[in-house]
Design a protein around this ligand. Sequence first.
Ligand code: HEM
Length: 234
Amino acid sequence: MTALSGVVMDLCFSTHLANQAEKDAAPNLTLRGFDFIDRLKSQLEAECPGVVSCADIIALAARDSIVTTGGPFWRVPTGRRDGVISRLLEAQNNIPPPFGNFTTLQTLFANHGLDLKDLVLLSGAHTIGVSHCSSFSNRLYNFTGVGDQDPAFGHRKTFDLSYYTLVLKRRGLFESDAALLTNSVTSSLITQLLQGSVENFFVEFAKSVEKMGRINVKTGSQGEIRKQCAFVNS
Ligand code: HEM
């Protein structure tokens, strides 16, 4: 390949990535529940068209799914508007990978004003949900290249403190979960959470989610209220 064709290929590759949406980014490929969000949106549009954004619907649905699994209720400030730009690279560069070490997690959270306490509390959401093999299978087979298994592996369900118990027992599912033990601040935050009540965790978790819910929010005349959540308005 000549140097020029290499440059052309690089340009094509970057343009191709630049033309893809957030949903096409690797960390978003396993997201599910879009059909549910679409149903909520169409019911809301039928009642009061053009008022409730998809961003608000997602924030409210996230809160309600935590309540449904036994977690805390908190008031979700609304009034967000929807973005009109969606870029694969933005999602790829901002969403922490499950293979992330402590420094990567700390940096990606700090880039959005979230501190180590937020990192520990928000990771607590991994007390619920499922994961696909691709996010952790490297820990099962040949973890260090000698056909071995990552010693810190395990999993769990309902919304409570059990995530932290498992992380402390070195049974966090992702390397990012296990990474919380590799720093003295985050590991002692985990110990403190486990020494406190589940109610205390709920209150602190809710505060961090509210903080996360205020990141880069569009209000006023910014963005739009989408008619359909999967598309910008034409
Ligand atoms: C600390 C950085 C984080 C990393 C590296 C991370 C990574 C992941 C990965 C890889 C999955 C599994 C995806 C799959 O295989 O389908 C997952 C699932 C999940 N994550 Fe995180 N996550 C992080 C933070 C968060 C935060 C802040 C929340 C919410 C407050 C959260 C809530 C969830 C939930 C609820 C699931 C289960 C989803 C389902 O059942 O479909 N995670 N996370």
